[in-house]
Design a binder for this molecule. Structure first.
Ligand SMILES: NC(=O)c1ccc[n+]([C@@H]2O[C@H](COP(=O)([O-])OP(=O)(O)OC[C@H]3O[C@@H](n4cnc5c(N)ncnc54)[C@H](O)[C@@H]3O)[C@@H](O)[C@H]2O)c1
Length: 273
């Protein structure tokens, strides 16, 4: 229960890595604010979190709407009076080779993967700065708070058909490293986890028709052909894709007090790929 009395915000907590992360943090005793665009999925996460004795606030809405990130931070602070951990996880893929990438596609990938974390952290800074300064004045140091941004090996290494996605996931690395420098004085660690192949609906296998997911009112083709999955597994020393629980474990490490002197780092969680 090493996160007892902490409050954590997890975006994209309706399913996949975000849901598993919310569960992992709840198991460690953290109170949670979970957010997702998918109401039904978030309701299921909320139901599953009932087995933990923590307080949960669930918030729905499209985080790419300009005012929503600020509202989410306000709701966290109104409900819990503070915020200790932020996990910027919400995201999706909209793939296509560069010659097929539209401006809208490019912008959508930058919006969700870079602009949303920027807006969330900017809104958080309005509360953080005076709060940390007051803590330093009264106690000599500020409480250690944690930000973990979710990136991808597409952002660190590139990935064919993912030019917009990869650019968004690379942007969040710049954001992470810069904020680690700006927020050291407030005792906030800012790190990122770059995932390789994790088993979620985004990477589901298919043999014939390409699966689609709905995000808001749009459909996106996702998944990997069984052939691609087999080829990918061969590039992974551990020989398989990661589970969402393993992905959540990597994020969890960077929320623990044992990581208080780690900041500005990009932890790759890819089975060694
Ligand atoms: N699965 C992988 O192999 C993998 C690899 C690298 C990085 N990632 C990243 O991990 C994160 C989680 O992905 P996942 O695989 O768990 O996918 P997922 O689809 O299972 O979960 C992502 C969640 O984000 C939510 N979301 C998307 N757009 C949103 C918006 N505008 N506002 C609010 N919520 C929104 C979705 O509704 C969904 O519940 C994403 O940022 C993804 O890019 C995943």
């Amino acid at each position: 229960m090493n996160l007892r009395s902490k409050t954590a915000l997890v975006t994209g907590a309706g399913q996949g890595i975000g849901r598993a992360t919310a569960q992992r943090l709840a198991r460690a005793g953290a109170n949670l604010v979970i957010q997702d665009i998918d109401e039904a999925a978030l309701a299921e996460t909320t139901r599953q979190l009932k087995t933990f004795e923590v307080d949960v606030l669930s918030l729905t809405g499209d985080l790419t709407e300009a005012d929503l990130p600020e509202q989410v931070i306000k709701d966290c602070l109104d409900a819990f009076g503070g915020l200790d951990i932020i996990i910027n996880n919400a995201g999706y893929i909209w793939n296509g080779a560069l010659h097929n990438h539209s401006e809208a596609q490019w912008q959508a990938m930058l919006d969700i993967h870079a602009t949303v974390p920027f807006r969330i952290l900017k809104a958080f800074s309005e509360w953080l700065r005076p709060t940390a300064k007051a803590e330093i004045q009264s106690k000599g140091s500020a409480c250690c708070r944690k930000v973990v941004n979710v990136s991808s090996v597409s952002g660190t290494q590139g990935s064919a058909t993912q030019v917009g996605y990869a650019a968004g996931k690379a942007a969040v690395i710049g954001l992470t490293k810069t904020l680690a420098k700006e927020w050291g004085r407030y005792n906030v660690t800012v790190n990122a986890v770059a995932f390789g192949h994790i088993e979620t609906r985004l990477t589901q296998g298919y043999s014939d028709s390409i699966p689609e997911i709905t995000v808001g009112d749009q459909q996106f083709r996702v998944g990997l052909s069984n052939q691609q999955r087999n080829a990918l597994a061969q590039t992974v020393p551990l020989g398989r894709a990661g589970t969402i629980e393993e992905a959540a474990g990597a994020i969890y490490l960077l929320t623990l007090p044992e990581s208080d002197y780690i900041t500005g780092e990009i932890l790759t969680c890819s089975g060694g790929a």
